[in-house]
Ligand binder design. Sequence first.
Ligand SMILES: [Zn+2]
Ligand SMILES: [Zn+2]
Length: 275
Amino acid sequence: MRASYHTHSRYCDGKGNLEDYVQRALELKWKVLGFSAHAPLPFETEWTLKKEDLPLYLKEAFMLKEKYKNEIQLYVGLETDYIKDTDINIPEGLDYYLFSVHYVRTEKNDRLIPVDGPFDMVEKGIQECYDGDGKAYTVDYYSQYREMIRNKRPVLSGHLDLLKKNNKNNFIFNEQESWYKDEVEKTLKTVKEFGCILEINTGGLSRKYTDTAYPSPWIIEIMKEMEIPIVLNSDAHNPLWLDTAYGETEELLKKIGYKTQRALYDGIWQDVPIG
Ligand SMILES: [Zn+2]
Ligand SMILES: [Zn+2]
């Protein structure tokens, strides 16, 4: 069973209307689809919902849910940021929330580095706030990710190693180094402890930022050993990318030993076969 609970329409930083995603999902013969616009932040951004658009997004999403209820199950959610020491107000009572870290808050200069922002912004942030030390930045990222899990206890949390998007040529860190593995393992332990579902995200692949899904295959192997439940999501920013790289990623998941994934279906998160 295929699905994606991670999609971005023109309401935030994606292309296409919510209904275009529904149409695409129907073409793919999916039985379920989730909307997860970027929730508004306390400051203006180019990529989140505008505060005034939030009610419009919710109204349209719930209207579509009703309109298509005999053809496909639609779930209305938000991708919600966790930013250290920042209150982010999100409406309660939605079908689900996908929690992600897109900003690292730095101690020095108290700045927010956009994790998946343009490379030069990340580079500048590491220079100015970490004296060029990519390891210190990476350690802060994972520490803030763990803080998100502990403080928000999300059902579903997003793109664990998003920071590899800007790590071409190991500019920030080397995944093979033991300190990096330690940070990842520590974070997976927290995920396990709080019973969180981790997404396998093909968004980096569809936009050609990465060669593999988030998280990297060796991380998925540890997740399997720890029996952390997963959801395969596309993080599609275009309806045409709704199932990008699903075939190869499902193969990888099966090779690692995952036979099932979680799906929000008939109103509850349940185990369904992969693919
Ligand atoms: Zn995200
Ligand atoms: Zn996203």
